[in-house]
Structures are given as structure tokens and as C-alpha cells.
Design a protein around this ligand. Structure first.
Ligand SMILES: [Zn+2]
Length: 92
């Protein structure tokens, strides 16, 4: 019982496994995606955790402003307006 495996701080689950994840960050009014982030992911609730060094590197990337020249690829993402989906808020 002395094993020091991680438990999920979100749900308390013990199925926390290393994973390479991608995450989206808002930087000013730009949305950027960072992939291949080493993380721990909870198999029960999907919560992702980064260790201190990973957070440091992400902060460094943010500090560099996610320079366009460093991007490995680009994606286009669909944009939705919440208002379009609120019943009664639209026109006809
Ligand atoms: Zn969890």
C-alpha cells in the first residue's frame, strides 16, 4: 500500500497514466495549439496534469509569444456563437 502512484486530484481515481496530449491556449486574441505535451491523464475523468517542468516550458513558450515562425503546423477551427443556440433569443 506504500506505492506512490498518482491519484487524480479531480476525481480521486487511480488510473492516472502518462500521455502525450495537445492543448489549446488563448494568447491575447489568438488561439494556439500545443501538441506533444508530456502529461498525466486520468482514465476515469479525463483530467490532465502537467509536472512542474512542463508548466515551466509552457510558460516559456507563452513568454515567447508563440511566434508564428516556430509553429510546426496550422489548423483552422470552427467558431460558433453561443447566442445562435439560445432558444428565443434569435429572430424568426
Ligand atoms: Zn480523475
Amino acid at each position: 500500500m506504500a506505492r506512490s502512484f498518482m491519484t487524480c486530484t479531480n476525481c480521486g481515481g487511480e488510473d492516472v497514466q502518462p500521455a502525450a496530449v495537445k492543448s489549446a491556449f488563448w494568447h491575447d486574441d489568438r488561439l494556439v495549439v500545443v501538441e506533444d505535451i508530456p502529461a498525466l491523464r486520468c482514465g476515469a475523468c479525463g483530467e490532465q496534469f502537467y509536472d512542474d517542468n512542463t508548466v515551466l516550458v509552457l510558460d516559456l513558450m507563452r513568454g515567447q509569444g508563440f511566434a508564428e515562425g516556430q509553429a510546426s503546423s496550422h489548423v483552422s477551427v470552427p467558431v460558433f456563437s453561443f447566442r445562435d443556440h439560445v432558444p428565443g433569443a434569435g429572430g424568426s
